[in-house]
Design a protein around this ligand. Sequence first.
Ligand code: ATP
Ligand code: MG
Length: 467
Amino acid sequence: MIRLTLAEIAAATGGVVDAVPDPETAVTGPVVIDSRRVTPGGLFAALPGEHVDGHDYAGAAVAAGAVAVLAARPLPEPVPAIVVPDVTAALAALASAVLRRLPGVTVAGITGSSGKTSTKDLTAQLAERLGPTVAPEGSFNNDLGLPLTVLRADESTRYLVLELSARGPGHITALCEVAPPLIGAVLNVGRAHAGEFGSLDGVAKAKAELPEALPSDGAAILNADDPRVLAMAARTAARVVTFSTGKATAADVKAADIRLDDLGRASFRLLMPSGIAPVTLNLHGAHHVPNALAAAAIAAEFGMDTPAIADALSLATARSKWRMEVRERPDGVLVVNDAYNANPDSMRAAIEALAHITSGGRRGIAVLGYMAELGDITRESHEEAGRLAARAGVAALIAVGEEARQVLDGARAEGAWRGAAIAVPDARTAVDLLGNLLRPGDVVLVKASRAAGLTEVAAGLLSEVSR
Ligand SMILES: Nc1ncnc2c1ncn2[C@@H]1O[C@H](COP(=O)(O)OP(=O)(O)OP(=O)(O)O)[C@@H](O)[C@H]1O
Ligand SMILES: [Mg+2]
């Protein structure tokens, strides 16, 4: 974080200093919420966790070098604290105060139902070519993760690439108040968290809060292939820049001649208003093409030219774990680990990638767990996943856990499918079963919502290698 005195932090957060010998003492290090990550000069924010309360670690944080603790109540130990009514809200207020002191930072926000983290990672890898860039670790995209990311910016920062998530109306507006974006990209409106929004129009309304928050000298980057996203053009004061993977020929940023290699990595010609250049992605799955176009459009707003964008996209790697991670085991089994998360759209994207990778004759196996937070569309979404897997011609479809069984119903309803539909109770059993089933050359896709715990299946499959 930039250097701020405890008095300044108290003023920014509406807090009261407690047990602070000198309010002019400055915080010079990072703001952290895990006392084990405190570094000297930093600020420790005490949050109530699921299992532990940060306030219990205030003493340890100060012993590790924290200048003070941002706390929701006076601490029993006499450690320097800034006491605020709500620590998360205080972090947001602090982040916004910090950003106001950094006028040289250009903020870009990315939202959408799927692909935010992938696009954020691509965009960050482009922006880094231009200057010092701060972007979230993993999926730090909510009322806590976003302020913590912003607080990592300092006087040297030029670009702040943020991921904005919404689980309800008003969430994105609030995030845009913390870090007002000049550039905002909306990737898609899909069925993630459908249970909480009720309908796709409800999801669209929430995502539209990003273009609505943009200023007139900003740029709204919109997916012209998604009608609900394109319609947001009417809801922004900013200049509109559209992108398309082919269907919308009038789009500003396009991909032409898209081809996938045998591991599902896309090559295409990047068509931008300022030029044309070839791109070959290192990411697996055709669904990363729109993500790459959104990243390209943002980078162009940052001032990057087309050849540099194409070059950086082609060198970019998957920075965040468990999203279409493809690993070939020494025995020739290819593991596609997409177990980070799942919603019906990313499920479809992953199964399409599996279908492509196995189109040359390799045997495909899908190991699927349940998709959470889908409300009324839970059953149909799981059946659809099964149907898609069957149509992709998988040799076996393994449903992990009771709640995933509906995928098997969907697959069985595909009359022409001759694969095996197998239900297993848990990740361990799935790994044991796969131990007997897999043959060299097979391709195994592992995918589910995170709560389903299928990362253990992928880990189990990959550790088989060393046995
Ligand atoms: N444009 C896309 N369309 C469909 N699926 C996608 C797209 N981009 C990424 N995915 C898939 O969606 C899953 C999540 O990707 P990613 O983490 O990038 O999305 P996210 O929007 O950040 O998700 P979260 O809401 O969990 O933060 C992965 O399985 C990924 O392969
Ligand atoms: Mg994410």
